[in-house]
Design a protein around this ligand. Structure first.
Ligand SMILES: CC(C)(COP(=O)(O)OP(=O)(O)OC[C@H]1O[C@@H](n2cnc3c(N)ncnc32)[C@H](O)[C@@H]1OP(=O)(O)O)[C@@H](O)C(=O)NCCC(=O)NCCS
Length: 329
């Protein structure tokens, strides 16, 4: 006997975007002393001028809920219509339950499936790919994808390689059915051989030492990999979506380092008409939150308008990466 199966919509699309930026602005001058650095060095090497750190009240859950409410309002979707909540994060400090279940509850989704994914900085683009396949496969009509981090909790302010980079924030999108293709094929992968390049310590070691589980990073290795290998992935995402560089309107890479963005844009030979996300300048690197926050910024600034094509790419720990071309809602 054969089982009944379900199919979903012909196409999925991003229907609404929202973001939450924490209230506390932290200029380079506030982080330089502990790492014997300078505003000039940080701006030159990374592009960052300021970043935002969450206050005590701005939790992983509360920032996500605020970003999600904006995304739902922009999409015109009621929380009760959401069938699945996917949260990409590495800084929800409970092993279990997931942040997604608390976020779904606070939004009032009424029993949506809810789970976190651990794909570090690439998590949001993984979530968009999953949500798109759910909408097309029939397991969800509307899915909420959140990227959120409170990296200030797990960054050592005295570590020269990370203290000036990482920051806090949240971004969210609603993915749902569409009459036109709104999310192109995902190009994704990982390379665990370089598991140690960005990581947190084993929690048993943390317990023994009585410290916080802070991120460590082999900055130059990550820099070289991201600058060279990721442009090829971005190109594949464009090829598979049938989009050429001159048909692209926006390039929204993970906000890891402005020099990585520059290297990718050069390799992709993006024409000057393509608007490039530079949210890192005053948001820092917010890992899983960086792509949806940068998308929201471009929409707010009028750099991305409805119907534009935008190339998203994100990459990070575990050398996990994901890229896709999307249509701006
Ligand atoms: C972190 C990063 C900006 C460091 O830049 P870099 O050019 O690779 O720096 P290096 O570690 O090679 O160090 C270069 C010099 O700057 C110095 N330096 C390192 N950190 C410094 C800091 N915070 N402030 C001032 N000087 C610093 C080093 O001591 C070294 O000095 P030397 O040449 O006299 O020996 C860069 O590696 C980077 O952006 N990596 C990728 C980070 C990233 O994107 N991570 C997220 C991916 S998800």
């Amino acid at each position: 006997m054969s089982l009944l199966v379900e199919t979903g919509a012909s196409y999925g699309a991003i229907l609404g975007v929202g973001a939450y930026r924490p209230s506390r602005l932290v200029p380079n001058s506030e982080v330089v002393d502990a790492i014997d650095s300078s505003d000039e060095w940080i701006q030159q090497r990374s592009g960052i001028k300021t970043r935002r750190f969450a206050t005590e009240d701005e939790t992983v859950v509360s920032m996500s809920v605020a970003a999600s409410r904006d995304a739902l309002a922009a999409a015109g979707v009621d929380p009760r219509q959401i069938d699945c909540v996917i949260v990409a994060t590495v800084s929800h400090l409970l092993q279990t339950p997931s942040a997604a279940t608390a976020i779904a509850h606070e939004l009032g989704t009424e029993q949506a499936a809810a789970f976190d994914i651990s794909a570090a900085c690439a998590g949001f683009c993984h979530g968009v790919a999953l949500a798109n396949d759910m909408v097309r496969g029939g397991s969800a009509r509307y899915a909420l994808v959140v990227g959120v981090e409170r990296l200030s909790d797990i960054t050592d302010p005295t570590d020269r390689g990370t203290a000036f980079i990482f920051a806090d924030g949240a971004g969210a999108v609603v993915v749902g059915p569409s009459e036109q293709p709104g999310i192109g094929p995902v190009v994704w992968g990982s390379d665990g051989e370089h598991y140690d390049h960005i990581r947190t310590p084993d929690l048993r070691d943390v317990l023994a030492s009585g410290t916080m589980p802070c991120l460590s990073m082999k900055g130059s290795e990550v820099f070289r990999w991201a600058s060279f290998a990721m442009a090829k992935v971005a190109q594949q995402a464009m090829d598979r979506a049938g989009i050429t560089a001159d048909q692209l309107d926006c390039f929204i890479p993970h906000q890891a380092n402005n020099r990585i963005t520059d290297a990718m844009a050069r390799s992709l030979k993006l024409p000057p008409t393509v608007k490039i996300a530079r949210d890192i300048i005053d948001a820092g690197n917010t890992s899983a939150a960086s792509v949806p926050m940068a998308l929201q910024r471009m929409i707010d600034d009028g750099d991305a308008t409805s119907g534009d094509t935008a190339l998203l790419i994100a990459f990070g720990a575990g050398r996990a990466y994901a890229a896709q071309v999307v249509v701006v809602p």
